[in-house]
Design a protein around this ligand. Structure first.
Ligand SMILES: [Cu+2]
Length: 103
C-alpha cells in the first residue's frame, strides 16, 4: 500500500513537471531585437546571416531588411541574449549592433 501511494505521488510529480514544461513558453520572455548590420550589402549576405542566427536554438523568427541593413530577431531571452545574436553575426563576418528591442 505504501509503495502504491509513493508511486502515485511520483506520477503526480511527473505530471506536474510535464505540465510546467508545457506551459513554459507562456512565461518565457520572448523578445524582439533589431540589429543594424552595416556589412549587409548584397542579396547573398542575408542568407549567411540568417543561417548563423538560425543556429541559436531559441531564435524563433528572423526578418531581414537588406535596404535598411537591419535584421529583426525574435528569441527567448531566458535562453539566449542580444549579445549572443551580435556575436553570431560577427562570427560569420558581419559585425552588428543592437538598435532597438521590444518585449
Ligand atoms: Cu553580400
Amino acid at each position: 500500500m505504501k509503495t502504491l501511494v509513493l508511486t502515485q505521488a511520483k506520477k503526480l510529480i511527473a505530471i506536474t513537471v510535464f505540465l510546467t514544461t508545457l506551459t513554459m513558453p507562456a512565461w518565457a520572455a520572448i523578445q524582439t531585437v533589431t540589429l543594424s548590420v552595416p556589412g549587409m550589402t548584397c542579396a547573398a549576405c542575408p542568407i549567411t546571416i540568417k543561417k548563423a542566427l538560425n543556429k541559436i536554438p531559441s531564435v524563433s523568427g528572423i526578418e531581414l531588411n537588406l535596404a535598411k541593413r537591419e535584421v529583426t530577431v525574435i528569441f527567448d531571452d531566458t535562453r539566449t541574449s542580444a549579445e549572443a545574436l551580435v556575436r553570431a553575426t560577427q562570427e560569420v563576418g558581419y559585425p552588428s549592433t543592437v538598435i532597438g528591442s521590444a518585449k
